[in-house]
Design a protein around this ligand. Sequence first.
Ligand SMILES: [Zn+2]
Length: 230
Amino acid sequence: MKILSSVTDFLLPRYCKVCGRRLSVSEEHLCIGCYIGLPIVEYDFRTLSRTETLLLSERNIVRASSLLQYDKESDYRKILFHLKYWGHPEVGSWMATIGARKLGDAGFFVDVDFIIPLPLTRRRLRKRGYNQCMYIANGIRKVTGLPVVEHAVIRHEDNRSHQAGLGLFQRWSNAQGIFQVIDPEPLRGKHILLVDDVLTTGSTLCSLIGTLNQSVPDIRVSVFTLAITI
Ligand SMILES: [Zn+2]
């Protein structure tokens, strides 16, 4: 098997997704130097994480954490580019397994029933060809064994950027209607883990959590994002 990997590596060399250096057979996605230097956000359940602070406007959150600090000046942002734009979404699954192992040790997944990846709009999904959050969710599933539920929620087009001429009420109802729960019954009384790629202001996730709280009785929500902006 090792010989086969060596031959494959010779014919199809692989490169570090951060610094671009050629990878050795034993390295996966990142070279050892970039792997050691990953800007990991440590999770401590005794203090409020920054991710939790950003989502505090939704009070029904059980736990929330992010794996990486996203700095637009740092080459580590390329991990997100590979995941979302450069056609290598498998790096998201791999990073998520790293996050899930760390968080699992801290008891982050206790009581969680299943994982829901943040949905894309139909138009975005058609353009990209895949939902990057599904890859992150699958990485967590590999480590925790938690099932992934893909089509529980759909996402409509967000018209907020085109609504300069609308009245206040119309603006409000546009923002409220971005997400829709397809069938609330299987989610009733469950603890779900929402998964997203990058947390910036938290407004999209808050909108989804708000919709879930309004639509599903007794739901509890935790959140994992691959990265958080600094
Ligand atoms: Zn590297």
